[in-house]
Design a protein around this ligand. Structure first.
Ligand code: GLC
Length: 429
């Protein structure tokens, strides 16, 4: 087993190796880290990637962790219908991300968002390297982001927010979205067609003014209230309440906690069911809120927002460890159940292990005192990196690198350094 210091050095090497070019950094008010540099496609900044980066950086370079988070707000609009939104990709111009600029019709950033994890990350960094000054500057921006969700993405006022594009989920090509995307692909050609649909969908979003209510009705529109996304939002609102408390904004803290509780209750009441004695979480599809039957690892993330009772959390933790169950793979956690008819352990989001997701599941289990199951996630995550490096994602059956259309993924992916955070409390700390 490597020492914690050795892991810090390895993770630091990956992150520092993924900094943008100096000529790019010179133009930015804050530094960030590219998701990867190897394949040239991951040079801009991505929202939830930066949250994972910051949580890893806090262990050895908290200054960089704070910069990474501050950088996320450089392109937050402060006026117009989407005031407060945080784009899922930024700094396109500086990186010559021409295709993305064309797609989103803007020079600097995208027009959609990603899972709201920024308050969680900011609180984590603050706990390790307190800086009330930065926290106070971030706070109104973080609030504006959540206000934007309430205003623009909860059109049916059920306390659950909707996403209007698969990219917003962070699970781009998952089976979870096949039904709404109108394709059930297997193999490279089908997956490429699905990617083309995602690109085409941006134009439809733009044509409908990024209006969730309209996109829920229009033919070809995409509208989902995802279970894990809303659970992450619950956790993020709770973290924001703690930040408000830290800044001595007691009444705002109370209000934010109440908002978090309302989301948590809605997740529990509308998205959870028992099937054959097993707990399932359902994404709600379309305006009719049809309960999706796709079985995926986002279910475990419900615990991240503490959206389950203790008994329910025990049931799904046991399901995660079931040696013959849907998530019984040599390496955990496959994003999609291995019993899904379109489960594909190698292909991008069709049933792979992502260490970012493993971190969410690990934190989820710890929130309910399931140290036994959490330890399995840490063990498998470390084993994957030992075997194959800091891959973007992994094959849960072989432990090898994942693939996109048969082409292997980057092997120095920044967010896979999140394993550093999972080493807390291990014997060699
Ligand atoms: C892919 C992933 C997404 C991630 C991005 C950058 O698009 O699906 O979740 O944020 O890459 O790593």
């Amino acid at each position: 087993m490597q020492t914690r210091q050795a892991w810090i050095e390895r993770c630091s090497g990956v992150l520092k190796g993924n900094l943008p070019d100096r000529s790019v950094l010179e133009k930015l008010p804050y530094r960030y880290t590219c998701p990867a540099r190897e394949k040239g496609t991951y040079l801009p900044q991505w929202l939830w990637d930066s949250c994972f980066h910051a949580i890893a950086y806090r262990w050895f370079d908290p200054g960089m962790a704070w910069e990474e988070l501050q950088s996320l707000f450089v392109h937050q609009p402060d006026e117009g219908p989407d005031a407060g939104m945080v784009p899922h990709m930024s700094h396109l111009e500086e990186n010559g991300a021409v295709a993305a600029q064309r797609l989103f019709g803007q020079r600097d950033c995208s027009t959609i968002t990603q899972p709201p994890l920024i308050s969680v990350a900011a609180l984590a960094v603050h706990q390790r390297a307190p800086d009330r000054g930065i926290l106070a500057r971030l706070y109104p921006k973080l609030r504006a982001y959540h206000d934007w969700f309430d205003r623009r993405r909860d059109d049916d006022h059920d306390n659950l927010v909707a996403i209007i594009h698969p990219w917003e989920s962070g699970w781009d090509a998952s089976q979870r979205w096949d039904g709404l995307m109108g394709l059930h692909p297997r193999g490279a050609a089908g997956l490429r067609a699905l990617e083309q649909r995602r690109k085409d969908l941006v134009a439809l979003c733009a044509a409908q003014g990024y209006d969730a209510q309209r996109l829920a009705q229009v033919p070809g529109g995409f509208y989902v209230e995802p279970a894990d996304f809303n659970a992450i939002r619950t956790a993020d609102l709770m973290a924001l309440a703690e930040i408000a408390d830290e800044l001595q904004e007691a009444s705002e803290a109370e209000e934010l906690e109440a908002r978090a509780r309302a989301v948590r209750q809605a997740v529990h009441d509308k998205m959870v069911s028992f099937e054959n004695g097993e707990l399932r979480a359902h994404d709600l599809l379309g305006a009719a809120e049809e309960k999706s039957s796709v079985d995926h690892a986002g279910t475990f993330v419900l615990m991240f927002g503490q959206c389950l009772s203790r008994a329910e959390a025990d049931t799904i933790s046991t399901r995660l460890l079931d040696p013959v169950g849907a998530f019984a793979t040599p390496y955990k956690v496959a994003s999609t159940s291995r019993f899904d008819p379109l489960f594909d352990p190698g292909e991008y989001w069709r049933g792979n292990v992502w260490l970012s997701l493993n971190w969410l599941v690990w934190r989820s289990l710890l929130a309910y005192g399931r140290a036994d199951a959490a330890a399995v996630i840490v063990r498998d995550s470390l084993a994957l990196v030992e075997k194959s490096g800091f891959c973007e994602f992994f094959n849960p059956l072989t432990g090898g690198p994942g693939e996109k259309y048969g082409r292997s993924c980057p092997e120095h992916q920044s967010w896979s350094t999140i394993i550093l955070d999972m080493l807390q409390g291990t014997a060699d700390e």
